[in-house]
Each structure stands twice: as structure tokens, then as C-alpha cells.
Ligand binder design. Structure first.
Ligand code: NAD
Ligand code: DAU
Length: 353
């Protein structure tokens, strides 16, 4: 990967400027840090609306880096997006910004349509006007729907999104596809499985369960807990996105995955053991409506064309993640003291938590 990350695309004076949207979120902040650490000649402009999920402090350690700038703005606001393009003349875009939580999309899908669909349309339009050289759409395996007990999602699997979140991501992927086809827009789509690692908002399974367990609170397992997810360390995902930016072929979709399928129950028990807590803290609660049963990714195309494969061993990555949440407890506690409480009540109150 070192070789790949050393190659910046043109840009003025040989310096590439990447406009990253959603860089204050979980994956975006890990990506911004990775690029700044590995490419001293790349400038990173982080355009983020700082929604409930965005936290500028996730990149506190990068603030002094002259190659980093945070611009607070909404991708649905065309004037704000045009302004940042005019100011910074980025030559590449990596588009992470999205509403990302399935359960929230079930409670209210409106922000998902606005940001994930309309926001992506704005990003595409403005990127096109500014003759962006490369654009990566960060998408998800959830656009493929759900698998049975066997098989894998490939890039040829038909789109069959089941949640409003997944539908909004599929819609944005189709917009990207149409811009490539109609306007020869230089976009690439990556579709990844479930990420874990530092800075993940404590509404998603792993950080939520770690946080509850740290406080000896019960953990809410939806339904029978036998749903399967394919877990990938966030840094492996970020490496895959960057490989797609540098080496991907325009118009291609690349699946990225962790080659690591676990049932939610297996994962829950592993977390309980890592934190030294009793299994009596497991609560089976009402299932997620429309819950996808199994995701599994075939990422052999990315291996063949991008020279990428995930390298983190799940057991090591998960242990380090638990350690990170132990050492950064104040980070999650601060989040959980705000509007998060209302969300937790709406999502889990009627489930008896
Ligand atoms: P996140 O919720 O942690 O972060 C989203 C970020 O986008 C936040 O910083 C937020 O402030 C920003 N944002 C939201 N709406 C915005 C708007 N209108 N304008 C500008 N910024 C806005 O999300 P994440 O988990 O880091 O996911 C990032 C991307 O990766 C998303 O596109 C998601 O669909 C995709 N993805 C996530 C996973 C996963 O496991 N988390 C897996 C595959 C793909
Ligand atoms: O597959 C990629 C997707 O992974 C991304 O596109 C999404 O942005 C990301 O949020 C994630 O979606 P999931 O719905 O799979 O992740 P989540 O952490 O919400 O849930 C993981 C599994 O755990 C899922 O089967 C639901 C279950 N779950 C989740 C929560 C929050 C529970 O059993 N209890 C819970 O409280």
C-alpha cells in the first residue's frame, strides 16, 4: 500500500487537493488522518455539516497540519459547496457525507433523502462544473439487500435495498452511475461492509455495546441475534477507498469487505468477554423492522484491480478498539450527554431498555 499512497494525482504545482465530505464522522476522520499521514504533498479539505454524527474533535490531532482545513457546510447547500470549490480548487473528491444509521432511517427517512440523495446530486453537479479529475462515492453493501445462508455480494449483484438508508444510498449510487454514463464523469463507487474501530458514533452495535457494558448496562440484541455481518477495520476500509481513488477505473464499482462474518450473538459474547462482564447483560429486544439477515462480500475484484485486501486480524482489531474506547471514555460520554439521550429513548425505550 505504501507505493499506492505515495502517488498523488496532478493538481497545481504537483500538489493534490482532495475535498473530503463528512470528514468529521467515523470513517471520514480515519480517512483524513490516513491521507495526511501518508501523503505530505496532499492537501485535504474537509467539508462537513457537523450534524449529530460529526465531531470536529475527531481530527484534533490534525488541526495544526497546514495541509488540513475544515470547512463547515452542508452538501445540500449548493452555494456553500460552490464556495468551497471556488476557494480551494480541489482536483479530487471523496464523498463520505451521509446520514448513516439504519435505525434512524426507520424512525425518519427525510434527512436521508435530503443528504444522501439530494446532497450527492449537488456534489456531482459542482464537481462536474469544476472538472474534477477523480471522484469516489463511498457506498455500502446494504444496497444489495440481504443474503441467505450462503453466497456473497459481487459487483454484479442486483441492487435490492431494504431500509430507507439503503434505498437512499442505492439512489445516490445510481445518480453517480448516470453521471458517468451521460457526462463521462470520472467517478468510482466503493461498497463496503460493516466497519469498526476508533471514533465510531455510539449508536452502532460495537461502540454502543462497549459503552453500555462499560457502565454495566444491558445490551439490546435485536431478535434472535443470528443476523450475520462482515466486519472490517476502518483503516482497511480507508486504504481500500484510497486505492480506488488512485488506481480504480472510472465507472467501476469495487466491493470492499473484511472477510470476517460473525453473527451478532457471537460478536456480542466476544465483546462481553473482552470487557470482563457477565452474559446476563444480554437482552433480546424487538427486532429491527425489515432487518437484513446476512451480508457477505466478495472483494476479489478490488484485490485484482487495486492490489488491496484487508489486513487487520479481527481479534486484534476488536481488542484494540475496546482499548481505544476504554482510553477515550470521555469522548463517548460527552456525545451521550446531549441529544443522544432523546434518540436512545426513541429507539430503545419501548423495547424495555
Ligand atoms: P457517520 O455518521 O459517522 O458520519 C457522517 C459524517 O457526515 C458526519 O461527520 C456528518 O456531520 C457528515 N454529514 C452528514 N450530513 C451532512 C451534510 N448534509 N453535509 C455535510 N456533511 C454531512 O458515518 P460513517 O459511518 O463514517 O459513514 C461514512 C460513509 O461511509 C457514509 O456514506 C456511509 O454510507 C458509508 N459507509 C459506512 C459504513 C459503516 O460501517 N459505518 C460501511 C460502508 C459504507
Ligand atoms: O453494511 C454496511 C453498513 O453497516 C453501513 O452502510 C451502515 O452505515 C452502518 O451503520 C452498518 O449498518 P448495520 O445496520 O449493519 O450496523 P449496526 O451497527 O446498526 O447494526 C449491526 C447489526 O447489529 C445489525 O444486524 C443490527 C444489530 N443491532 C444493532 C444495534 C444498534 C442490534 O442487535 N442491536 C442494536 O442496538
Amino acid at each position: 500500500m505504501g507505493k499506492l499512497l505515495g502517488q498523488s494525482s496532478s493538481g497545481e504545482n504537483g500538489v493534490a487537493t482532495i475535498l473530503v465530505t463528512g470528514g468529521c464522522g467515523f470513517i471520514g476522520s480515519n480517512y483524513v488522518r490516513l491521507v495526511l499521514q501518508q501523503e505530505p504533498n496532499t492537501r485535504v479539505i474537509n467539508f462537513d455539516a457537523l450534524t449529530y454524527a460529526g465531531n470536529a474533535a475527531n481530527l484534533k490531532d490534525c488541526e495544526a497540519n497546514p495541509n488540513y482545513r475544515l470547512v463547515v457546510g452542508d452538501i445540500g447547500d449548493r452555494a456553500a459547496v460552490e464556495k468551497v470549490f471556488a476557494e480551494e480548487s480541489p482536483n479530487e473528491v471523496v464523498h463520505f457525507a451521509a446520514e448513516s444509521h439504519v435505525d434512524r432511517s426507520i424512525l425518519d427517512s427525510s434527512p436521508f433523502i435530503r443528504t444522501n440523495v439530494q446532497g450527492t446530486q449537488v456534489m456531482l453537479d459542482v464537481s462536474r462544473v469544476h472538472n474534477i479529475e477523480r471522484y469516489v462515492q463511498v457506498s455500502t453493501d446494504e444496497v444489495y439487500g440481504s443474503l441467505g445462508d450462503t453466497g456473497f455480494f459481487t459487483e454484479e449483484t442486483p441492487l435490492a435495498p431494504n431500509s430507507p438508508y439503503a434505498a437512499s444510498k442505492a439512489a445516490s449510487d445510481l445518480l453517480v452511475r448516470s453521471y458517468v454514463h451521460t457526462h463521462r464523469f470520472p467517478a468510482i463507487i466503493t461498497r463496503c461492509s460493516n466497519n469498526y474501530g476508533p471514533f465510531q458514533f455510539p449508536e452502532k452495535l460495537i461502540p454502543l455495546f462497549i459503552s453500555n457494558l462499560q457502565s454495566d448496562l444491558a445490551v439490546p440484541v435485536y431478535g434472535d441475534g443470528l443476523q450475520v455481518r462482515d466486519w472490517i477495520h476502518v483503516v482497511d476500509h480507508c486504504q481500500g477507498i484510497h486505492a480506488a481513488l488512485r488506481k480504480g477505473k472510472v465507472g467501476m464499482v469495487y466491493n470492499l469487505g473484511g472477510l470476517c462474518e460473525k453473527t451478532n450473538m457471537e460478536l456480542t459474547k466476544t465483546l462481553i468477554h473482552l470487557l470482563g462482564k457477565p452474559e446476563t447483560l444480554i437482552r433480546h429486544v424487538a427486532d429491527r423492522p425489515g432487518h437484513d439477515r446476512r451480508y457477505a462480500i466478495d472483494c476479489s475484484l478490488a484485490e485484482k484491480e487495486l492490489g488491496w485486501r484487508p489486513t487487520t486480524i479481527f481479534e486484534d482489531g476488536l481488542r484494540e478498539t475496546v482499548e481505544w474506547y476504554r482510553e477515550n471514555r470521555a469522548w463517548a460520554d460527552e456525545i451521550k450527554s446531549g441529544a443522544y439521550r432523546q434518540y436512545y429513548r426513541a429507539q430503545y425505550g419501548h423495547r424495555g431498555m
